[in-house]
Design a protein around this ligand. Structure first.
Ligand code: UTP
Length: 239
């Protein structure tokens, strides 16, 4: 089985706590030990936002801001690589080709952002498509996909299961609400839809949640299931 995990920067290293990074590395190692080929795309989190805000106040243009964000995602990726010891190449992959080559070698492929104008949500979906992953897991600070922003609306309800087309509709609705935080951005949702990628959005604060989701399909988040396909994967890694 091959899985791509999108690890938000705010999940991996909200405060650069090495114990937390080590726990995420242990979870990835457990997947590898279970025979899963793993790609990890690391986000920038609050640190990226701080840099971007500061540089925006200095009137850097949007591409410069994105490049700054990408640099932080790669810095966070290096932190995970340090914790993974010899399971990953010493530097994060900067292209999908490099990441695929890492998987072919049997390494864990670790990367951050790749180019301005998007986020690591889309990078994760593109990598999953490119390496023909069986499963894409978004380990975010939001516990799934909701019909409204759960931080703003007490009535917000989580979807247990939805199609990729429904995901696109929900994200379009959420992105139009000022300040709303969508768990996955629109480009990522469109890539998931076109590649028919089986995906899960879950609360990644507990690193073990990713292990249970990949190995057993067991989680408390949202399953994004391609239209017309079987609701369950043919074979979860542990079965
Ligand atoms: P993130 O993927 O962490 O962005 O990349 P985000 O969605 O804003 O963060 P979370 O999910 O809330 O934690 C950080 C920033 O890096 C740039 C963007 O500016 C993004 O906001 N970036 C990242 C790119 O320009 N291209 C990429 O491929 C990745």
């Amino acid at each position: 089985m091959r899985a791509v995990v999108s690890l938000g920067g705010s999940v991996l290293a909200p405060d650069l706590d090495p114990a937390r990074v080590a726990a995420h590395a242990r979870a990835i190692t457990r997947l590898v030990d279970a025979g899963v080929s793993v790609g990890v795309v690391v986000g920038g989190g609050g640190v990226a936002r701080d840099y971007i805000e500061s540089a925006r106040a200095l009137e850097a243009n949007e591409i410069e801001l994105d490049d700054m964000g990408i640099a932080v995602t790669r810095l966070n990726a290096r932190l995970l690589i340090a914790a993974l010891e010899n399971l990953a190449a010493p530097s994060p992959a900067t292209t999908y080709d490099e990441a695929k080559a890492a998987l072919r070698r049997g390494d864990v492929a670790v990367m951050g952002g790749v180019m301005p104008g998007q986020t690591t949500d889309a990078v994760s979906a593109a990598l999953a498509e490119f390496v023909e992953a069986d499963l894409l897991v978004y380990a975010t600070s939001v516990p799934g996909v909701f019909d409204a922003d759960p931080n703003e609306d007490d009535e917000a309800t989580r979807f247990d299961r939805m199609s990729a087309a429904e995901l696109v509709d929900v994200i379009v609705g959420t992105e139009m609400t000022a300040g709303a935080s969508a768990p996955v951005d629109l480009l990522a949702a469109k890539l998931i839809e076109r590649s028919r990628m089986r995906s899960i959005v879950l609360d990644g604060n507990d690193p073990e949640a990713v292990v249970d989701a990949v190995l057993d399909g067991d989680h408390d988040g949202t399953d994004v299931v391609p239209d017309g396909s079987q609701a369950e994967l043919q074979q979860w890694a542990r079965q």
